[in-house]
Design a protein around this ligand. Structure first.
Ligand code: GLU
Length: 475
């Protein structure tokens, strides 16, 4: 096979949604698997929707996922520019060529006329779509429209033949002759329609594999017809199945935040998200769940993608994230967690944070969970929450004062000595460990849920621990 060239063609309108992120990943993996090229082409022709912020956000999300591109708007490349908004002249030139070759024509129909004829067709029970009126204009009719100064769009003359898309995922997809009507490729204001822009760009950029969402399947025969009319080489198409929620409905706002940005802010690691997305429709075998990036590149094969809808399961993603969190060394994990703690207004001591990592690694499904778990270490403002306050109240000031004394008297301030002191304290009060430790936990951390208590207190230090117990006793 000649060099493999894949592209991701987002229309940025905010942060990338999981569906598009998966499309980007599958396209990137295909390029990397074959040692080919990954092209980022930004489909920003709809100026009403695309903002600079959305454009930058899209690039940022891809970078965060580690899906780097070889050619694109910022890095350039042999087929620059890579933003469709900067390629208008190219689309005009190709529309001209199509017209010159008899593959496209000026369409003078007004929106009102189109509407009226659509209604009539519907009333006759005919399929919707353009009726081909301007394809057959006589010279006299054409001249009359021109004299009238009517606006015109450019419409592609869809060949009336049966189309077969040999889709790498869907298999053979048939489109009966006549089912696909002539479509607009340039609007009357001169703006290109994506059906033209995508086909021209895929052709000019030498794309060999068009990997995109299933919603674009019906574009494939139209894209193919344009490329054929221009004498270009057809790419292979792979249309990825829809992503649905656990209720089997297409993923939407109802299913919570599903943008890459939202996952990032929620504390999902990019390596976990990539691994999870890879399994949305693709599998290597029935057993393997965890794949490093290198393994994905080595094993990924787009033709093994299932054509059935893939169900998105955020619990599984978080479970997977926890696996990746546990696999990070303390230094690395601390460096990733610090952003979330700082975002919660905590002043973080990096050395202390690194030492706290073994205490929370197994518990964190997302990095944001580090905030409630480790808050007590990075602030002395540990006003107990409601449950903690109730536990403190029930234990009474005497118990906490005793705890303060016992811990103040501990010889070496380490986990083992702290644990013995706590057990002795509970034992004297006739309490088991759970009951006896809980008021201490509540007073020291402000919560009834914390990392292991003796280890937490060891990190916090004797002075801060004792001071908190005394403060709680006095309250
Ligand atoms: N720009 C389209 C989208 O964001 C993709 C077009 C294509 O991949 O052909 O859905």
């Amino acid at each position: 096979m000649s060099e493999v060239r894949c592209r991701f063609a987002p229309a940025p309108s905010g942060s990338i949604h999981v569906g598009n992120a998966r499309t980007a990943l599958f396209s990137w993996l295909t390029a990397r698997h074959h040692g080919g090229t990954f092209v980022l082409r930004v489909e920003d022709t709809d100026v009403s929707r695309v903002t600079e912020e959305a454009f930058r956000g899209t690039l940022e999300s891809l970078r965060w996922l580690g899906l780097g591109w070889d050619e694109g708007p910022d890095v350039g490349g042999p087929h620059a520019p890579y933003r469709q908004s900067q390629r208008t002249a190219i689309y005009h030139e190709h529309a001209e060529r199509l017209m010159a070759g008899g593959h496209a024509y000026r369409c003078y129909c007004t929106p009102e006329e189109l509407e009226e004829r659509r209604d009539q067709a519907r009333a006759r029970g005919e399929p919707p779509g353009y009726d081909g009126r301007c394809r057959r204009l006589s010279d006299a009719e054409l001249a009359a429209f021109e004299r009238e100064g009517r606006l015109w769009a450019v419409r592609f003359a869809m060949p009336e033949r049966h189309y077969i898309v040999h889709d790498l995922v869907k298999g053979e997809v048939h489109f009966a002759a006549g089912a696909l009507r002539d479509f607009v490729i340039l609007r009357s204001d001169g703006s290109p329609v994506f059906l033209l822009a995508v086909a021209v760009d895929d052709m000019l950029m030498g794309i060999t594999h068009v990997i995109r969402g299933e919603d674009l399947l019906a574009s494939a025969p139209r894209n193919m017809a344009v490329i054929e009319a221009l004498g270009g080489t057809l790419p292979q198409y792979a249309h990825l199945p829809l992503i649905v929620g656990s209720d089997r409905q297409p993923l939407s706002k109802r299913h919570g935040s599903t943008s890459v940005e939202a996952f990032r802010e929620h504390g999902i690691l990019p390596e976990a998200l990539v691994n999870y997305l890879a399994l949305l429709g693709w599998s290597y075998d029935d057993q393997t769940t965890f794949f490093s990036r290198e393994e994905l590149i080595e094993r990924f094969d787009v033709s093994r993608v299932s054509s059935n809808p893939a169900a998105f399961d955020s619990d599984k993603l978080e479970w997977m994230n926890n696996h990746y969190v546990q696999g990070l060394d303390d230094e690395d994990l601390a460096a990733r967690v610090v952003h979330f703690l700082a975002g919660a207004g905590l002043l973080v001591d990096p050395g202390l944070l690194r030492r706290a990592m073994p205490l929370v690694k197994e518990r964190m499904k997302t990095l944001t969970q580090a905030v409630p778990l480790l808050r007590f270490l990075f602030t002395d403002d540990v006003e107990p929450d409601e449950t903690a306050a109730a536990v403190i109240e029930k234990a009474g000031p005497g118990y906490l004062a005793d705890a303060a004394e016992a811990l103040d008297g501990v010889g070496t301030w380490d986990r083992a000595s702290i644990q013995s002191a706590l057990d002795a304290l509970a034992g004297e009060a006739g309490l088991n460990r759970t009951k006896g430790w809980q008021p201490v936990r509540a007073a020291v951390t402000g919560s009834t849920v914390s990392p292991p208590l003796p280890e937490s207190m060891e990190l916090l230090g004797r002075d801060r621990t004792v001071a908190r117990l005394r403060a709680a006793a006095a309250r």
